[in-house]
Design a protein around this ligand. Sequence first.
Ligand code: HEC
Ligand SMILES: [Cu+2]
Length: 488
Amino acid sequence: MLLAAWACIGMAAMGGCSRASKTPDNSGNATTSKLPVEYALLLPAPSVPGSVERSHPSHVIVDLEVREVVRHLASGVDYTFWTFGGDVPGLFIRVREGDLVEIRLHNHPSSKLPHNIDLHAVIGPGGGAASTITAPGHTSTFSFTALHPGLFVYHCGTAPVPMHVANGMYGLIFVEPKGGLPPVDHEYYVMQGEVYTAGRFGEEGLQAFDPDKANDERPAYVVFNGSVDSITGDKALKAKVGQTVRIFFGNGGPNLTSSFHVIGEILDEVLGDGGSRVTERDVQTISVAPGSAAIVELKVPVPGTFVLVDHALSRAFGKGALGMLKVTGPEDSGIYSGKISDTEYGGTASETVAARSEARPGSILPVAAPEDIDQPGVVPTLEVRKERGRKTYLMACFACHQPDGRGLPGIFPPLAGSDFLKADKARAIKIPLMGLNGPVVVNGKPFNNIMPPQAFTDRQIADVLTYVMNSWGNDFGTVSPDEVKQAH
Ligand code: HEC
Ligand SMILES: [Cu+2]
């Protein structure tokens, strides 16, 4: 406070102390701009201060207090964090492009160490670090003009820098572009960082910093917003179906690049690397370097819990880099059906896929090959008819009755060796034509399911039945196109 008093005396001669008395921590920074003065609203994650609702630059005063505090890191685990504003990440700062930003860095008297601040939004030595090295119980002030819009990381730049950053000294400053960003329903602040505890992940008690692990870039924890459970459960980010969500995502590091991903979502727009314009659309995972940030926007059309992760997944599921976005509202089964069924599986899917591609190489819709069309006056042999029938079988029937004709127990009856098929040819012809439902017994086993009618020509039905009745050991006779015609 001694410095401030001196400055006040010095400035009194210039009429500068009247404002200082209104702003008790004014340390005498000579920001004599003509701009309207206002104080920045600073908020802890996951909150974000509202957009800057003005069309002119202002002189914005940012009062940021450094505190060294013991905070919760994980269940039963505490850690001595060094913070900008008492929170990890540091308080979110939001200004407007062109603003004159006055940073007042107050280092609480209870701190043990000096700290400073490097804001990536600053153009000037150390991003401000050179002007803000601040002993405990002191305040440093400097100002800069926010020349570039975008989302920028700020962090402590006091040696050893990796230690100050790993201990929680990072945050985000958003320099809103002059025109602002399009309105959204929710804005959230999420920032990733590593914690290098002496104990392994989950080891209880107050944990010490491990400089060797930090040097080796082997954090015990990688977390969002300063602890493993900061945005999970009741503290999850929230939205309603149909709403738009903007996440200001930063990576404090100090060492690991984040592969930020929202499980079950696609990012509609990404303003990458902290920039102020859309760099990508329809994105699954973004890379956010330590000391960088990105703005992501997503719409949530269906309800559920969407999990935010670093997709370097050991960090998400073994070190804490996991958060949640809980979306409530009506289901939309057209977009996401939920689980439709759980059926027995005999293990023939890959044969099925192979059979399918054999049946229709390179095309989606089956096209009749020349040999599939009967030439007038030529009676096809049984082999030709079976081959044509096999192709039809592999287009439709196999999906239920399986490529080997053995069906699926309790669901799709077998055609191979079927006493039901063998017993009544007239009835068998009607099944593909009209479909079949209700209880039937095949080889002593009951089935009560639905087979839809199969949309094939009479000749195709004749051939597929002929194939089925003469395959897998079946020897049940043949079916002619005329017989199918009469069955209609
Ligand atoms: C969507 C699944 C499905 C498809 C595709 C399908 N079936 Fe079926 N099929 C069934 C079901 C289910 C039953 C038993 C219906 C019941 O329980 O009443 C059945 C029964 C049968 C039966 C009588 C029971 C038996 O095992 O002998 C025959 C014959 C048959 N299907 C032939 C065919 C032929 C030929 C095709 C292709 C043209 C075909 N099915 C396509 C589901 C299917
Ligand atoms: Cu520091």
